[in-house]
Design a protein around this ligand. Structure first.
Ligand code: TRP
Length: 446
């Protein structure tokens, strides 16, 4: 059976951007920036993106597009050894861990969309929004039901396949998303009045110049670019041979960074103008975004559109995580896409329930001060994804025949390839060593 391929170039770009841009940008980035010293974090983030992430992105896509196989079989095929499949296994574990907590937040966005539609938030001020969020996400049933809906939508899209499901959704929703985030950022810039927030975002604060900030930035960059668990290997495997991989990687990274900055600009200055601490954390987007929207004139319509878009951003990302597992299961076992998707989502849903309850019923189950949700996030973003990144860069840097990599990146010499030596150097040394140091330092071993 021939493997399905993305049908258009813009479709691939938007699907990749759709995977990258999501809750990581709209919800996680602003609070990471807020709790890690603003400008310092952003500086680290950009440096890490250029020197560590883009090379790993390119490496992942090359593996996928060269073999047109899933995350486990692609590594096995290139190396000729079964043992290299372990890189895929890391990706697999990360996929389930991320799906579990990501879907919970996805569920929150559905709750907010629904309440915008029925007008619950009309006239709410920040303390009221804060109270609403706190009561809602600690509840035992409602968030779980919403998580279920979120997973059901992702399931339906993935069932439809690459072109009809993933590509089509991305083409419709990504442009909308871009349009709205720009409106929100502009609104925040023009209305928040004081510039403390902006100053916080764009000035370097030496107090945060440390390994914790560096690790958080690394984890966030990997998470935001959907790196280290084989999303790009998987999407790469659905790419036609004529696409320019290097250009694609740079475009996706640029779009993703742009989005993250826009989200931070939309949230942080407003936060400052209300006197809320930028370390507010996980509820930030759910408390501050609605209040920004209220200020635009309390337009309920805008709020509905905004939360739809928030939800869609989450969905285009969630489908990419799911697709990694579906792609492997359908290749490996003789079951069809629909069945495979349902089975995988059911397993992930069990984990999601635990994550959701960790804000309420299970909130006393903690490790290093983090609840189960936080632990899942930490393990995936700060351990599994960087580990996957190290292995992928070493694999492509050392194990993959470099002439073949060159052929693949230049589409058999039909496009000009710049900086190949630099890329190879980054994959062989800079990325693996850099990521390892940051990882070891964070667990106190270095
Ligand atoms: N990058 C997405 C976001 O920013 C989340 C995501 C999708 C992801 N696929 C992933 C994160 C794979 C890590 C690995 O919201």
């Amino acid at each position: 059976m021939t493997r399905e391929k993305f049908s258009t170039r813009i479709g691939i770009l938007l699907a990749l951007a759709g995977s990258a841009i999501g809750l990581g940008n709209l919800w996680k980035f602003p609070y990471e920036v807020g709790s890690n010293g603003g400008g310092t974090f952003i500086l680290f983030y950009i440096l890490i993106m250029i020197f560590l992430c883009i090379p790993v992105m390119i490496a992942e896509i090359v593996v996928g597009r060269y073999t047109h196989k899933n995350i486990i079989h692609s590594f096995i095929e290139i190396s000729g050894k079964r043992s290299w499949g372990f890189i895929g296994v890391i990706g697999f574990s990360a996929a389930f861990t991320i799906m579990a907590f990501y879907s919970v937040v996805g569920g929150w966005t559905i709750e907010y969309l629904w309440n915008s539609i029925i007008g619950t938030f009309n006239g709410f001020d920040v303390p009221q929004l804060e109270q609403y969020f706190n009561e809602f996400h600690k509840n035992a049933e409602r968030p779980v039901i919403m998580t279920f809906f979120f997973m059901a939508i992702s399931t339906l899209i993935v069932m439809l396949g690459i072109v009809k499901g993933i590509e089509r959704m991305s083409k419709i929703f990504m442009p909308l998303l871009l349009f709205f985030i720009i409106i929100l950022a502009c609104e925040s810039l023009f209305s928040s009045g004081d510039n403390d927030g902006l100053e916080f975002l764009f000035t370097f604060n030496p107090d945060y110049f440390n390994s914790k900030t560096l690790l958080e930035a690394l984890g966030q960059a990997f998470f935001s670019l959907s790196l280290g668990m084989g999303v790009l290997v998987t999407y790469g495997s659905y790419m036609k041979k004529r696409e320019n991989i290097v250009k694609m990687a740079f475009s996706v990274a640029a779009l993703d960074l742009f989005f993250a900055l826009m989200a931070a600009i939309a949230i942080i200055p407003t936060l400052f103008s209300f006197g809320i601490s930028p370390e507010e954390g996980k509820g930030m987007a759910f408390i501050v975004f609605p209040s920004v929207l209220q200020k635009i004139g309390g337009s309920q319509f805008l709020m509905i559109i905004f939360f739809s878009v928030f939800l869609l951003a989450a969905i285009t990302s969630s489908i990419s995580i799911l697709e990694v597992v579906v792609s492997f299961i359908t290749d490996k076992f003789a079951i069809n896409r629909k069945k495979a998707t349902v089975i995988i989502v059911l397993i992930a849903f069990m984990l999601s329930i635990v994550c959701s309850l960790s804000f309420g019923k299970f909130s006393n189950l903690t490790l290093f001060g983090e609840n189960i949700f936080g632990i899942f996030d930490y393990i995936a973003s700060n351990i599994l994804l960087p580990l996957g990144g190290i292995c992928t860069s070493l694999f492509v840097g050392w194990r993959f025949n470099k002439e073949v990599v060159k052929q693949e990146l230049s589409n058999d010499n039909s496009i000009k390839l710049y900086g190949f030596k630099l890329l190879l150097f980054a994959l062989r040394y800079i990325a693996p060593i850099g990521i390892t140091i940051i990882l070891l330092q964070s667990i106190g071993l270095f």
